[in-house]
Ligand binder design. Structure first.
Ligand code: MEV
Length: 327
């Protein structure tokens, strides 16, 4: 069996008398990253074997709201946290959304098994878990769309100019065909393909890579437009292949998408090396996933080939391997 071993943030023990506790999953971008920021379509799926958890417990009387994320080395009183702190922003936005004017004496504890800055949507998952737990502690219902919209606001602090795909897939926990500014289209997939997510171990901040692409686009608008349009064509074909269960087609389209991302300048030496290893070990297709320049490689594997490809990737230096099915 391939083991799932991710530990970016250390688990903290949820207080036994918690008022509320909520989880949120990670995500992978299957096709269309970066181009999606420029209005082209993209496909993304939830990854449920990794989770962020937020727990709300009663804090000390008169102390207001504190939040603690041991894995991030954070413990702060909400009132003292800077405006651009994403955890504090998620809490403030949620309190304001729920019209909670009096600050409750709560201790909010956050933990996660999702590696940070690896393209698995750790930021969106932490915000989603936090918002769900706060709403539950306040005895209020929030819709999935409300959660997604709140997470999107927080994502702007992580990303700068997010497309909205991360908050959508994490809040709704469904495979999505996404175009910025449009209603998400959730997909029903008959045969679930298996993917290996291999962590390069190289942390890469989405905001920085997205900014680099923007500078390239401003420098060479025609070339970037051509690349984004080509990626859009790949995504359209990939949507059909995914829904129809055409794994051969899906693999070729992953390779094509990766080549276009390489031309966008968001691949890296480690990603290229791991990709070659995955393909040589029998993966049907492989591409970077998320912002790139590090983070994760995504490989499509035929049933029964998981172990062989995972072992080869580990031997080539992948730091963690996750096996996930897109359903
Ligand atoms: C990040 O998961 C995907 C990017 O396309 C950024 C975005 O869509 O906001 C790189």
């Amino acid at each position: 069996m391939v083991s799932v071993n991710v530990s970016a943030m250390k688990e903290t023990n949820a207080p036994r008398s918690a008022l509320a506790s909520a989880n949120a999953c990670g995500k992978i971008v299957l096709f269309g990253e970066h181009a999606v920021v420029y209005g082209r379509p993209a496909l993304a799926a939830p990854v449920k074997v990794v989770q962020a958890t937020a727990t709300v417990d009663r804090g000390q009387m008169g102390q207001g709201l504190w939040f603690e994320a041991a894995g991030l080395g954070k413990r702060s009183k909400l009132m003292d946290a800077p405006a651009d702190d994403p955890l504090a922003a998620a809490v403030r936005l949620t309190m304001s959304h729920l019209n909670l004017t009096a600050m409750p004496d709560w201790l909010v504890t956050i933990s996660s098994t999702i590696p940070i800055a690896s393209g698995l949507g750790s930021g969106a998952a932490v915000s989603t878990a936090l918002i769900r737990a706060l709403a539950e502690a306040a005895g209020r219902d929030v819709t999935l769309a409300e959660v997604s919209a709140l997470v999107f606001e927080v994502e702007k602090l992580y990303h700068g100019t997010p497309s909205g795909i991360d908050n959508t897939v994490v809040a709704f926990e469904r495979t999505v065909y996404f175009i910025k500014g449009q209603e998400p289209q959730f997909l029903t997939i008959e045969r679930s393909p298996t993917f290996i997510v291999a962590d390069t171990g190289v942390a890469s901040l989405t905001k920085i890579v997205v900014d680099e692409v923007r500078r390239g686009w401003l420098r060479e608008p025609d070339r970037y437009k051509w690349l984004f349009d080509r990626i859009a064509q790949v995504v359209t074909a990939a949507r059909a292949a995914l829904v129809q269960g055409d794994e051969g087609g899906l693999g070729s389209l992953m390779n094509e998408n990766h080549e276009l991302l390489h031309q966008l300048g968001v691949s890296s030496g480690v990603l290229e090396r791991l990709r070659n290893v995955a393909l040589a070990a029998g993966a049907r297709g492989a591409k970077l996933s998320g912002a790139g320049k590090g983070g994760n490689l995504l490989a499509l594997v035929a049933s029964g080939d998981e172990e062989r490809v995972a072992v080869a990737l580990r031997a080539a230096g992948a730091k963690n391997i996750i096996v996930t099915q897109v359903a």
